[in-house]
Write a protein that binds this ligand. Structure first.
Ligand SMILES: *Cc1c(COP(=O)(O)O)cnc(C)c1O
Length: 235
């Protein structure tokens, strides 16, 4: 039997939200966001049955991935993408969530080792129009999606967003609804992923069609503070 762990409470909440909002059972996958958490915390969640983990910072993630190498986990890169880190991402991760520039997509495609098969990816859309956030504008999305779909080393799976926090369930739903409508409006074949919802708002995301929720603090507890030298934009 899997060990008791908060990840199982989060899964129960996900299943309850699927039921409540008319989603098929197991339509929503949990991505456990382990940024700033030690390898031992990931190991404990893995012992409780969790397989997919999300990381934001390449430098922090690589030693963690190496320490957990034997566990057969799937690693998703959900952070901001920098051109000088694409090679590590293309070789060590199985899914990239926050593509928002063609130049980065082209690098990832070219650097993806053929033996691993195409790298799954989502395009991040800035649905709340915040200047400080990453993501392509809704207007820029169709052209970027068409271009990414043509890259041989990538497999475009869908869209991702991180809307501005809101305390109201209805306001939370509005941002997620926008992302779902954008996915529906794209003509590209094979798009099956809506990566949306965090600890604060995943139930609203599930109500609007999320297929993957990215949850950190509800699974692992509060994140240890980042060291000063690494400080950068939270994303
Ligand atoms: C940190 C992070 C999350 C998880 O947020 P929590 O509040 O810890 O659930 C989800 N998505 C992205 C892009 C993040 O950076």
């Amino acid at each position: 039997m899997p060990a008791a762990h908060p990840v199982n409470e989060v899964l129960a909440r996900i299943r309850a939200a699927e039921l409540r909002h008319g989603r098929p059972a197991h339509a929503v996958q949990l991505l456990a966001v382990s940024k700033m958490q030690p390898a031992e915390a990931v190991r404990a969640a893995a012992a409780a049955g969790q397989r997919a983990f999300g990381e934001n910072y390449v430098q922090e993630a690589l030693p963690k991935l190496a320490a957990l190498d034997g566990l057969d986990l799937s690693w998703h890169f959900i952070g901001r993408l920098q051109a000088n880190k694409t090679r590590e991402i293309a070789t060590r991760f199985s899914f990239v969530h926050a593509l928002d520039r063609l130049r980065i997509a082209e690098r990832l495609s070219a650097q993806r080792p053929a033996a691993l098969g195409p790298l799954d990816c989502c395009i991040e859309v800035n649905v709340s129009g915040e200047a400080t956030k990453g993501g392509v504008t809704p207007a820029g999305l169709p052209a970027l999606a068409a271009a990414v779909s043509r890259l041989p080393g990538l497999r475009l799976r869908g869209l991702m967003c991180l809307p501005a926090p809101s305390p109201s369930f209805e306001a939370q739903r509005a941002g997620f609804r926008r992302l779902r409508e954008l996915l529906d409006s794209l003509g590209e074949p094979g798009l099956d992923t809506l990566s949306m919802g965090t600890s604060a708002d995943f139930e609203a995301a599930i109500a609007e069609g999320a297929t993957m929720v990215r949850i950190g603090v509800a699974v692992f507890g509060p994140r240890p503070a980042r060291r000063r030298v690494e400080a950068g934009p939270e994303c």
